[in-house]
Design a protein around this ligand. Structure first.
Ligand code: NQM
Length: 368
């Protein structure tokens, strides 16, 4: 298939069309699947080299030297009934020559609908375009409502999300079938709480495998600065030891080289939200909180017995608008909890994000 992009060929370097987009509070390169090498090793090499990995500064690439800005979306037209596009998320490890598809990313997802429209994979409507996305990493679905007045993606607008300066056009995202999508069950051990190394933890997966630990059980207040947490070597080692132990219990196997589960320290809300968080993702501390990670926290914190339930301030009503507090504000997650005695899987999970096309063109890299 001819690419949407006009690729500028360079004899010395390999050239791959791509867009750089902000998706929610993250940033990454977005590719059409058909523009990337088909050979898996060549494909991984292209993604690493374009991002500039391995290198803590990613100085020879377009990556932003942080896991939140070293992300990739690979998108193609879907063959699935009722689905517009398939989205594969790839985490490019910053300081190692490694990529991982073992996790999904709800922030980068926010840019997938706009990218699909910009590249002609989805025909825009005049006004609003609904894009149905099959998320390959977790075998689940998201429906995005994108504003497309005059059949063009609207990026400017009045919607704000904490962790991103300014305001932009809202993108409403509804998730379908995300509970247990990586771990098999919403609470993969069958319990809302378990004890690991003498510490109570909640293992939960409402779209992202998350381990919730009460701040006071780690000797923390819960509102520590990101830098303080990242400098606390003893804490990092303790959290990592728990992560390695719970990986198999969450049906994730050996997680040493995986970016899941996310380790989330929870405490009472400080600013009127549901609960307060600090998330190790898993080795750096998130500036905010992941979208699907926030969705997992929101459901667990409203479940009796789970870590955080005792300090959570739970909104009234069937559809609960839960503000998951984080270092730069709060993430609003709307959850409709189960009323089925057979399952705790929520009836629905939805969030609002914004995204913006930052650059469209050709990425170059020197192959091996
Ligand atoms: O949980 C970061 C992000 C994420 C993941 C990470 C995310 C999600 O904020 O859905 O969005 O946890 O690595 O981009």
């Amino acid at each position: 298939m001819a690419s949407f992009f006009e690729t500028q060929v360079n004899e010395m370097q390999k050239a791959i069309p791509c867009m750089l987009m902000r998706g929610g509070t993250s940033k990454g390169t977005y590719y059409l699947d058909s523009d990337l090498p088909t050979d898996p090793a060549a494909r991984e090499q292209a993604l690493l080299r374009i991002m500039g990995s391995p290198d803590p500064r990613q100085i020879d690439g377009v990556g932003g030297a942080h896991p939140l800005t070293s992300k990739v979306a690979i998108v193609k037209k879907s063959q699935r009934e009722g689905i517009d596009v398939d989205y594969l998320f790839v985490q490019v490890v910053v300081d190692e020559a490694r990529t991982s598809t073992a996790q999904n990313c709800g922030n980068i997802l926010a840019g997938v609908g706009p990218f699909a429209i910009e590249t002609g994979l989805v025909d825009p409507q005049d006004g609003e375009t609904v894009v149905s996305v099959y998320m390959e990493n977790t075998d689940s679905i998201a429906r995005q409502r994108i504003l497309t007045p005059g059949k063009q993606v609207r990026y400017d607008g009045d919607a704000t999300i904490d962790g991103v300066p300014g305001s932009h056009a809202p993108i409403m995202i509804e998730f379908v079938g995300v509970a247990g999508s990586s771990c098999g069950e919403l609470f993969p051990t069958g319990n809302p709480v378990d004890e690991i190394d003498g510490i109570a933890v909640t293992m939960v997966d409402n779209g992202m495998p998350v381990v919730m630990i009460a701040a006071d059980s780690l000797g923390l207040k819960g509102d520590e600065d990101i830098q303080d947490l990242e400098n606390n070597q003893a804490l990092k080692e303790r959290v990592e030891a728990i992560r390695l132990e719970v990986g198999p219990l969450m049906n994730l196997g050996d997680v040493k080289d995986k970016t899941v589960p996310k380790m989330t320290i929870v405490s009472a809300p400080k600013n009127g939200g549901l609960i307060n968080t600090r998330s190790f993702i898993p080795h750096r501390v998130h500036d905010a909180v992941g979208v699907l990670a926030g969705a997992s926290v929101a459901v667990a914190a409203t479940t009796p017995g789970a870590v955080g339930y005792d300090v959570a301030v739970i909104p009234e009503g069937d559809r609960k608008l839960c503000y998951v507090e984080h270092p730069t504000g709060a993430l609003a997650v709307e959850v409709e909890l189960s009323d089925d005695p057979e399952t705790l899987d929520p009836k629905s999970t939805a969030i609002m994000r914004t995204a913006r096309l930052l650059m469209s063109g050709t990425a170059y890299y020197i192959p091996e």
